[in-house]
Structures are given as structure tokens and as C-alpha cells.
Design a protein around this ligand. Structure first.
Ligand code: SF4
Ligand code: MG
Length: 325
């Protein structure tokens, strides 16, 4: 399956403020089988809204998602059925995302009932138990309920439910943020193994670049709903171009002694999402801001796969040469 998305705008109504917030503003991507796109940014930057819009869980105001070249029609049942058979999601709160009144066996059988009607009941049960075993949950525990498992185990069960019917794309919304650090790497490694086995395309959303860089082939850095930088993960970590990406990276402990980045604290207020400024969205917190940064939204520029949206790059073509991989 080949999935592309261009999310021009989503709607989101905050409880705290009147009016309509556009949580996402102009993000496009194509997903490749076997590859991971990491999406990173602070909480509230629109990254969850973006993937929820792609999955059809949040209204997409303008934009389009295509599946094998065909546009997804979110109001059409057949189109949604096709989307859900192809694209599944795992969530930040693994326990809350599982129905507390169903056994984990029933939870993992359910998608097969929807998406694999050709299978008989016995084969569905066997497939569900095999999938549970594959994610590390012994089938002897299949008749237990979600509350009888730890957060890490519940996330494994969520992964089993998402993958049991053989989707091609897995959208992961902060899948390890709620887990102990010692468990995070196990879940990330499980996702990587399953990706290799199934040829999955993964979108991995997190606020922590330290987690995203290890699983991602490409990384998109978002701020206030908009793209700031996108690059192969190695290039982003070695040579971040956007001041916001540099600040995010400075918060990540770097094991490589040749890479030295002084930790940066971001000061300044975020703009109101109800009233975004016409210039660079990062201007109010950017340590390198100039007066002209307030005038217009900087476009994404750069070489090939490595692009960033900052006026400093536009004025410094020699610097943009550093983009070459
Ligand atoms: Fe900072 Fe200006 Fe670049 Fe925005 S455009 S990131 S304010 S230097
Ligand atoms: Mg979120």
C-alpha cells in the first residue's frame, strides 16, 4: 500500500478558548513500506491531531489522503473500511485504549471479525493467540482482562490488536511516553521487529527526539501545527538547521563525544493558536530572531530530503550546501 497525505488544515475546538483552532497547517508526506517517519514537537504542536486526521478520527478541514493513489473519502463507509484495513493506530494511554469489559483474546479477535470475514471462528482465535504470543503475551493469559496487565503489556496487546489483521501502515501516537524508561526500548524494539517482518510503514509521533531518532528513517519537526524541518534522522541529529530543531536536539543527551551542543532553554511565549502571527511561528521564542522574521512565513528550503523553514537559511546559500547528504 502506498499512502500519501497532505493535511492542509484540521479543526480543533479547545475547551479553554472560543473559536476554531487550526491545529495543523500544511503538512505533506508519502509513507514508504518498511520505513518509519518520526514526527516530533512539544505537546500541543498538532502532531497527534495530524495523525488522527489521517486516520479519520479528527475532522480534516482541507487536504487529502490517498491510499494506493485513490483519495480516501472519510464520509464514505467503504472507503473508511479500506482505510482501516490498511492503516491502524496505537495510542499514548495503552490501558485506556483497551475495552475494560473484553478479555484480551476478544480484543485481538475483534479486528479479524471486521477485516477478515473470510476466516472462520477457529482460525480467528488461533491467529489472535499467535499474535499475542508474537508480542510477548503468553496465550495462557488470553482470557484475562486489560486491568490485569501492566502498561507495557497493555501496549503490547494494543500492538497485537492493531497488527493482527495485517495492515500496511501503523500510526503510533506517543506509544511509549506513558511507559517506564526501561520498558520504552523493549516496545520500540518490538515495533522495529514487526516492521521488518510485515513490511510496515510506521508513523511514530513523540515529543522526545531521543526516542524518535532511534526508530525513524526520516523525521519531521513540527511547531504550532506547521513543519519546521524534515530530514533523514541521521542528518537531523548531525546537522539540525532550524533553531527550533537545534533547541529540541540540545535537550537530548548525545552519546557521541564529537557532537557538542550546548543545552538551550527556550524562552518567550507561544503565539495563540487562535491568532497565529503572519511571520515565522517560532519567532517569539527564537534566539536568532530578526525583525524581518515577523513579515512572512518562511518557506521550506534546502537540498533534496533535508529541508527547513527559516530565513537564516534563505540568506545563506552556502549554509544550505551543508544539507547535501
Ligand atoms: Fe528564528 Fe527567524 Fe529562523 Fe524563524 S525565521 S526560526 S524567527 S531566525
Ligand atoms: Mg498528543
Amino acid at each position: 500500500a502506498h499512502v500519501t497525505f497532505h493535511v492542509a488544515q484540521t479543526k480543533k475546538w479547545p475547551w479553554s478558548a472560543p473559536g476554531v483552532v487550526r491545529a495543523v497547517n500544511g503538512i505533506s508526506f508519502a509513507l514508504e513500506a518498511g520505513k518509519t517517519l518520526g514526527i516530533v514537537g512539544e505537546s500541543g504542536c498538532g502532531k497527534s491531531t495530524l495523525i488522527r486526521a489521517v486516520a479519520g478520527l479528527t475532522p480534516l478541514e482541507t487536504g487529502h489522503v490517498t491510499l494506493d493513489g485513490q483519495p480516501v473519502a472519510y464520509h464514505d463507509r467503504a472507503s473508511m473500511q479500506r482505510l482501516r484495513a490498511t492503516m491502524q493506530m496505537i495510542f499514548q494511554d495503552p490501558i485506556a485504549s483497551l475495552n475494560p469489559r473484553m478479555t484480551i483474546r476478544e480484543i485481538v479477535v475483534e479486528p479479524l471479525t471486521f477485516f477478515r470475514p473470510e476466516m472462520n471462528a477457529k482460525d480467528r482465535q488461533d491467529a489472535a493467540l499467535a499474535m499475542l504470543e508474537r508480542v510477548g503475551i503468553p496465550s495462557s493469559q488470553a482470557n484475562r482482562f486489560p486491568h490485569e496487565f501492566s502498561g507495557g503489556q497493555c501496549q503490547r496487546i494494543g500492538i497485537a490488536r492493531a497488527l493482527v489483521a495485517g495492515p500496511k501502515v501503523l500510526l503510533c501516537d506517543e506509544p511509549v511516553s506513558a511507559l517506564d524508561v526501561s520498558i520504552q526500548a523493549q516496545v520500540v524494539n518490538l515495533l522495529k521487529e514487526l516492521q521488518r517482518e510485515m513490511g510496515l510503514a510506521i508513523v511514530f509521533v513523540a515529543h522526545d527526539l531521543g526516542v524518535v531518532r532511534h526508530i525513524s528513517d526520516d523525521v519531521l519537526v513540527m511547531y504550532m501545527g506547521a513543519p519546521m524541518e524534515r530530514a533523514p534522522a541521521s542528518a537531523l541529529v548531525r546537522d539540525p538547521q532550524h533553531p527550533y530543531a537545534q533547541a529540541l536536539l540540545s535537550a537530548v543527551p548525545v552519546p557521541d563525544p564529537n557532537v557538542r551542543i550546548a543545552p538551550q532553554m527556550l524562552e518567550g511565549e507561544l503565539p495563540s493558536p487562535l491568532n497565529l502571527p503572519p511571520g515565522c511561528l517560532f519567532e517569539s521564542r527564537c534566539p536568532k530572531a530578526m525583525p524581518k522574521c515577523r513579515e512572512a512565513r518562511p518557506p521550506m528550503i534546502g537540498r533534496g530530503a533535508h529541508q527547513a523553514a527559516c530565513l537564516l537559511l534563505k540568506d545563506a546559500p552556502a549554509r544550505a550546501d551543508a544539507f547535501a547528504e
